[in-house]
Design a protein around this ligand. Structure first.
Ligand code: DQA
Length: 149
């Protein structure tokens, strides 16, 4: 059976393409979903792609990933900087997770420089725009391959 990578997106990422385009660019989340599906396919993975503005729903999706998935790519949006609940969920499921941000959170406001998610992530990709998701999939596929070898 084909394994799934869970690509999870937090609040306001449904607005990509229209939202602060000077920071986040004009690529929509739907376009990112398509490129993720293509990229994961080259590694032999399916994709479960989700976006939610609700912290609890993201916790549930992380739990679902733990039950059904092989790894997680997570752009938690603003919850990155605030959510102990997401960190605890990631620790609870213990799946390899790559954290992604479209923008470079380290050259923005001070409050964006801290990430709870990072404490449970294999690695972080920040500032490379939509291609960051594809690089995260490559990294996750390599990590899972190494982990299962
Ligand atoms: C973001 C960065 C966060 O600080 C912000 O709250 C977002 C998007 C990014 O992809 O650059 O919503 O995660």
């Amino acid at each position: 059976m084909t394994q799934s990578l869970y690509i999870l997106n937090g609040p306001n990422l449904n607005m990509l393409g229209r939202r602060e385009t000077d920071i986040y660019g004009d690529v929509t989340l739907e376009a990112i979903a398509r490129s993720c599906t293509r990229r994961a396919g080259t590694h032999g993975f399916d994709v479960a792609f989700h976006q939610s503005n609700d912290e609890g729903e993201l916790v549930d999706l992380i739990h679902e990933a733990g039950a059904k998935g092989a790894g997680i790519v997570l752009n938690a949006g603003a919850y990155t900087h605030t959510s102990v609940a997401l960190l605890d969920a990631l620790r609870a499921v213990d799946l390899p997770t790559v954290e992604v941000h479209l923008s470079n959170i380290f050259r923005r406001e001070e409050f964006r420089r801290h990430s709870f998610v990072s404490q449970a992530a294999v690695g972080v990709i920040s500032g490379l725009g939509p291609i960051g998701y594809e690089l995260a999939i490559d990294a996750l596929a390599a990590h899972i391959g190494i982990a299962s070898a």
